[in-house]
Design a protein around this ligand. Structure first.
Ligand code: NAD
Ligand code: UFG
Length: 344
């Protein structure tokens, strides 16, 4: 039961690799390492005790992806590969339209080709990494999957277009089985401390920034906005442990390979936490101070974003298990053991 993971060397892909192994699948990593480090593979081998199957290359290279599919005969594909920095997408929109939308087109064309000539082991089965960003600025919280979608930047636009492409492909050929997973805010790391989030530059996201402050790499955190209509004025998000998120992918694949019906679900905890609550939890988990100062609101940020997570429970029998304290403890274990990430 091979599963192809495009972008499998990245943050969420590497944790999903471990979860799939634990569930008895044989994951195969496809990655060009544009935003990851090959050292993650050796870490995955240490955690799983098994060699990692790697296909190094670009998902935009359709004939090569087709050859990879023919070689491995996966029963399913999880499509993580893509670029994800919101600010960069505003500065370089074509990079995002090319790599994210182009990558999804390329992958689906390759999957179509191997299915069309009868050489695929199963109906085309695809799990796609979407994002809560497709809800734009939600009218209320918690957010259910039927909320209107919109976009405020090219990254979010690319996710929206890919969701629509998946619907069109399924409509044209109902044999396709598609699981669209809208992630809320993935944080934390594998409890071994061997794999985790390894941002190449200054982190854009809260948790890796807080971790770098706690470990002493950065002097303080800028808290973007303290005048939102929230419990303490700072932004509220649905932080979800990456190990729970990884388990959500296993559940999604099992549902697609079993029942066979396509779905779109939120992967979140259903709870929101403010920036200051995260800072406090991280201080407790790390035993280190996290100095912060208030700064103006960040352009494009919304006050509150958290999921109604009941549909994933109903359709996939999946729900998040980890608390914010566990997310901070695991993030700290990874950060303190690997202050320079995979670069040693
Ligand atoms: P990541 O950058 O750590 O992982 C993406 C991986 O894809 C990297 O290993 C990168 O090298 C690879 N990649 C990129 N373009 C490629 C290409 N053309 N060919 C082959 N490999 C390529 O990101 P992540 O946090 O693991 O996110 C995975 C997916 O989940 C992305 O699609 C992202 O948009 C989505 N997502 C992430 C978050 C988040 O907060 N991390 C939230 C919502 C959705
Ligand atoms: N924040 C700070 N200081 C920082 C970084 C973040 O105060 O240095 C605040 C933000 O203002 C926000 C909260 O922390 O209130 C969370 O910010 P993140 O950047 O960690 O997460 P976002 O919710 O803004 O963005 C994430 C993903 C995006 C995705 C979006 C919606 O990073 O890719 O969720 O799904 F588009």
């Amino acid at each position: 039961m091979k599963i192809l993971l495009t972008g499998g060397a990245g943050y969420i892909g590497s944790h999903t690799f471990v979860a799939l192994r634990d569930a008895g699948f044989e994951p195969v990593v496809l990655d060009n390492f544009s935003n990851s480090h090959p050292a993650v593979l050796e870490r995955l081998e240490r955690i799983t005790g098994l060699p990692v199957m790697l296909e190094r290359g670009d998902v935009l290279d359709t004939p090569w992806v087709e050859a990879v599919l023919r070689r491995h005969q996966p029963v399913g594909v999880v499509h993580f590969a893509g670029d994800k920095a919101v600010g960069e997408s505003v500065a370089q929109p074509l990079k995002y339209f090319h790599n994210n939308i182009g990558g999804a087109v390329s992958l689906m064309r390759a999957m179509t080709a191997v299915h069309a000539d009868g050489s695929a082991p199963a109906a085309p089965t695809l799990v796609f990494s979407s994002s809560a960003t497709v809800y734009g600025d939600p009218a209320s919280v918690p957010i259910t999957e039927d909320f209107p979608r919109s976009h405020t930047n090219p990254y979010g636009h690319s996710k929206l277009v890919i969701e629509d492409m998946l619907t069109a492909v399924r409509t044209a050929d109902p044999v396709w089985r598609v699981g669209t997973l809208r992630y809320f805010n993935p944080v934390g790391a594998h409890p071994s401390g061997l794999i985790g989030e390894d941002p190449a530059d200054i982190p854009n996201n809260l948790m890796p920034f807080v971790a770098q402050v706690a470990v002493g790499q950065r002097p303080y955190l800028n808290v973007y906005g303290n005048d939102y209509a929230t419990l303490d004025g700072t932004g509220v998000r649905d932080y979800i442990h990456v190990v729970d998120l990884a388990a959500g992918h296993v559940a999604a694949l099992q549902a697609l390979l079993g029942r066979g019906e396509s779905f779109t679900v939120n992967l979140g905890t259903g709870r929101g936490n403010s920036v200051l609550e995260v800072v406090k939890a991280f201080e407790t988990a790390s035993g280190r101070p996290v100095p912060y100062q208030f700064a103006p609101r960040r352009a494009g940020d919304v006050a509150q974003c958290y999921a109604n997570a009941t549909l994933a429970k109903k359709l996939l029998d999946w729900e998040a298990q980890h608390t914010l304290d566990q997310m901070c403890a695991d993030s700290w274990r990874w950060q303190s053991a690997n202050p320079n990430g995979y670069r040693g």
